[in-house]
Each structure stands twice: as structure tokens, then as C-alpha cells.
Design a protein around this ligand. Structure first.
Ligand code: SDX
Length: 428
């Protein structure tokens, strides 16, 4: 069956474009020839209607609240899988066999240590440095330590760099936490799971044995699954754009970390918990909801709204269930959770939020669990970056292997001054 086409009638010229069909989801109008044939650009600030690439990794249906990783629903993966299995799935396209799984997790485990000199970098930061500032700097510096995995044209080196990034993020994040609290860092413990090792490096101390709490380990592993990948979000697009210039993988992931830090993106989990603490009590919620609706007030309900989800964020649903499990298991009665539940209830019944299709997103509840486990709010986005590294790395590899791949170079609508004569300083 011949491919569908779309015609753009510009008056003096008509341009016909091929329309490509995905396996599921919206068709795309391939406008690559538009400028060459019409001398015009499209205009789409924020890329609300723009597909930047073809991908087989993650599918989101914002209207139905569906999230699939290589065809598997986030609900099934959160319930039955592990973060390492999801990492294998995103990188390789299929769920691992038991042998594949053992080989993969063993490979990741053997890369968890960082170069001994890289540990010295932390001493250059102030103790009160935000962990994301440290993550940006330390991950970017990895290209100064792992020269044998920076040649992006060599598939072998791409694989080693991918494994190093996934394996070392927990070590780097735990060291950022230890540096902030002034405690000695712990080396990785290869006898533990990926997530159990992270918990021990974060909360363990050399003076005491550390027992991983299996409920906390499972809950955190599930949180990592929920954050693993999310189509072409801002930080993933940043990684792809940086990678399109041929930059080394460590620099690309550092760029993704920088973008994720923004409060409109991954920084929202820290902002959401701070907001819930500021609200403090259900009785204060109506005032904050009014502020969120007030155009003259820059306040927004952090952890609410999403560019793509206009029905519900399936990750928030899983996260809310996990909050109950963790708080119940740890015997934590956190009044902030009551504020969160009441705020969600009131906002979801408010015409403004209904009309604008604003629902709790993945960041709304995650902070409550992370806080109950013992993480300070400043570590929340670092944990998001730890988990999203799997998605960033998978998307980066897919971009490098894409035959359509070219350097990303958007154009603009120019509204600045036309050419004008320069007047020397003495004549102005
Ligand atoms: C993540 O893209 C991804 O997939 C991201 C992510 C991932 O996994 O990678 O899912 C992770 O970043 C989740 C989002 C976390 N951010 C927040 O929770 C911050 C609060 N939310 C927003 O700032 C906002 O909703 C965004 C940034 C998430 C989405 O922004 P959009 O799509 O550009 O929507 P918008 O800012 O144009 O808002 C549309 C309308 C506006 O009102 P009008 O100008 O049309 O009158 O809704 C209003 C906004 O004022 N609005 C809110 C609101 N979010 C949007 N009003 C109050 N509170 C909010 N949270």
C-alpha cells in the first residue's frame, strides 16, 4: 500500500510530504524537504507537535495514560520486574533469559567502583554543594578517566561506556551524599543487588554492619524502574542533541543531568516535597490551590501537570500505592502524605485543574517515599538522574545507530533588527 502524503498549500507553491506510520501512536508528516522546497521553516517552540526522531524504546499515550518500554507496560514492569532487568530490556530490546540476566548484572556489578583519583574531585566542592552540582561535574569528568570508552564509532567502546555509566551512577550519587553529610564513603559491595548496594553505600558506615531492608530495597528498585526512561523528554532530548555532535557519552549524560535539574523537569520531585511541607496541613490547601490558579502568581503545584499525560501519569498511580506500602512497612506516619492525598483529591475536583488536564505526575509522590527511606530532599533529583541514566544511555545508543542521524541544528523565526550601519563610539 503506497505511503500516505500530506500537502501544504502555501499559495504560490504546494509542497507534498510523505506521512510515516509508527507501529502505534500518531503518524508523522516528514517535513525534511520543507525549507528546500518552500524557503520556509516550521515553528514549534517547546516542540509540542514535533517528533525529533524515530525510536523503538518507549511509547507514551498521553490521553490513555499508557507507558510501554519495548512493548511492556510500566505497571507490569513495576510489579514483576527489577531495575536491572528493565535496564537490559531498554538496552537490548528483549527481556533477558536467566543466563543473560546473570551475565548483565555481573558485568554491571564489576563496573561499580570509580577511579581512585576521581574520588579526589569531591574534595574540591563545598560541603553544602547541591548533589546535582556534584553529579554534573563528576559525571562530566569521567571522560578524563575512561579514555578507552569515548570513541563513539566503536560499538565495543559504546557498550563499555554504557555499562560504566549505569554501574557508577549509584557510587557517584552515594559519594555526593556522604560528602554532604561529612561521613566517609563506602566502596561498593559486590555481594549486594544494584539497589541494595546503593542503599549500603548511602546509609552504611564503616563502623557498623549494614543490613539492607528488603522492603526499602524493593520500593527503591521500583522507583528506579518508574524513572528509567520516558520517550523524548527534555533531558533525553538534551542527551540526543549533545550526542548528535559526536560528543563523548560521559559529556552527553552530564548534559542530561544538567537539564534534568530544572524544577519544571526532574527538579520537581524536590520542589514538590518542599511545597507539601510548606503547605503543612490540609486546612492550608485551598489557599495554595487558589495561588496555583492565579495568573499573577508564579506559584505552581509542583508534581502536577505534564506535557504529554492529559489523563493520568501511570507512574504516579504506582507511586501512590508504593507510598502506602513503604510508610506502612516502616511504621512512618508522615503528615505530608495526608497533605498530598488531600491536595490531589481537591485539585482533581477543581474545575481549573480538570479543564487544564492537570494531574499528579511521577514527581508528586516520589519525595514522600524517598524522605521516609531517609534521603534529604536535595538527593531526590540525583536519584532521578541515577535511574534515568539507563534511559539516556539507551536513547544515546539508539541515536548513534540511527542511519537517519545527523547533527541536530534547529532554525528560528528571526525578529531582531535588520542590518544597520555601525557608528563608532565617539559618534554615538
Ligand atoms: C517530569 O516530559 C517528561 O516526560 C518529563 C518527565 C520524565 O519522566 O522525563 O515526565 C518528568 O518532568 C514531570 C513534570 C515535573 N514538573 C512539574 O511537576 C512542575 C509543575 N508542572 C509544570 O510546570 C507543567 O505542568 C509542565 C512543565 C510539567 C508541563 O508544562 P507544559 O506542557 O508546557 O504546560 P504549560 O506550562 O503550558 O501549562 C499549560 C497550562 C498553563 O495555563 P495557561 O497558560 O494555559 O492559562 O496549565 C497551567 C499553566 O499555567 N499549569 C499549571 C501547572 N502546570 C501547568 N498550573 C498550576 N500548577 C501546575 N503544576
Amino acid at each position: 500500500m503506497s505511503e500516505k502524503t500530506a500537502t501544504l498549500d502555501l499559495g504560490e507553491t504546494k509542497v507534498e510530504f510523505p506521512v510515516h506510520k509508527g507501529t502505534i501512536g500518531p503518524d508523522v508528516v516528514d517535513i525534511r524537504k520543507l525549507y528546500g522546497q518552500s524557503g520556509r521553516f516550521t515553528y514549534d517552540p517547546g516542540f509540542t507537535s514535533t517528533a525529533s526522531c524515530e525510536s523503538k524504546l518507549t511509547y507514551i499515550d498521553g490521553e490513555e495514560g499508557i507507558l510501554l518500554h519495548r512493548g511492556y507496560s510500566i505497571e507490569d514492569l513495576a510489579e514483576d520486574s527489577s531495575f536491572m532487568e528493565v535496564a537490559y530490556l531498554l538496552l537490548n530490546g528483549e527481556l533477558p533469559t536467566p543466563d543473560d540476566y546473570d551475565d548483565f548484572t555481573r558485568t554491571i556489578t564489576l563496573h561499580t567502583m570509580v577511579h581512585e583519583q576521581l574520588r579526589e574531585l569531591y574534595r574540591g566542592f563545598r560541603r553544602d554543594a547541591h548533589p546535582m552540582a556534584i553529579m554534573c561535574g563528576v559525571v562530566g569528568s569521567m571522560s578524563a578517566f575512561y579514555h578507552d570508552s569515548t570513541d563513539i564509532k566503536d560499538p565495543e567502546q559504546r557498550t563499555i561506556a554504557s555499562h560504566r555509566l549505569i554501574a557508577k551512577m549509584p557510587t557517584i550519587a552515594a559519594m555526593a551524599f556522604k560528602y554532604a553529610v561529612g561521613q566517609p564513603t563506602l566502596y561498593p559491595d559486590n555481594s549486594l543487588s544494584y539497589t541494595g548496594n546503593f542503599l549500603k553505600m548511602t546509609f552504611g558506615v564503616p563502623a557498623e554492619p549494614y543490613e539492607v531492608n528488603p522492603v526499602v530495597e524493593r520500593a527503591l528498585d521500583r522507583i528506579f524502574i518508574l524513572h528509567a526512561d520516558h520517550e523524548q523528554n527534555a533531558s533525553t532530548s538534551t542527551v540526543r542533541l549533545a550526542g548528535s555532535s559526536g560528543a563523548n557519552p560521559f559529556a552527553c549524560i552530564a548534559a542530561g543531568i544538567a537539564c534534568l535539574w530544572g524544577p519544571a523537569h526532574g527538579g520537581a520531585n524536590e520542589a514538590a516535597l518542599n511545597m507539601l511541607k510548606e503547605i503543612g496541613h490540609p486546612s492550608a490547601i485551598p489557599g495554595y490551590i487558589e495561588r496555583a490558579k492565579d495568573k499573577n502568581d508564579p506559584f505552581r503545584l509542583m508534581g502536577f501537570g505534564h506535557r504529554v499525560y492529559k489523563n493520568h501519569d501511570p507512574r504516579a498511580t504506582v507511586m501512590r500505592k508504593t507510598v502506602r506500602e513503604v510508610l506502612g512497612s516502616l511504621g512512618v506516619d508522615d503528615p505530608v502524605f495526608d497533605v498530598a492525598l488531600e491536595l490531589e483529591e481537591m485539585a482533581l475536583n477543581d474545575d481549573y485543574f480538570i479543564e487544564k488536564k492537570l494531574f499528579p505526575n511521577v514527581d508528586f509522590y516520589s519525595g514522600i517515599i524517598l524522605s521516609a527511606i531517609g534521603f534529604p530532599t536535595s538527593m531526590f533529583t540525583a536519584l532521578f538522574a541515577l535511574a534515568r541514566t539507563v534511559g539516556w544511555v539507551a536513547q544515546w545508543n539508539e541515536m548513534i545507530e540511527d542511519p537517519d542521524q545527523r547533527i541536530g541544528r534547529p532554525r528560528q523565526l528571526y525578529t531582531g533588527p535588520v542590518q544597520r550601519e555601525y557608528l563608532p563610539l565617539e559618534k554615538r
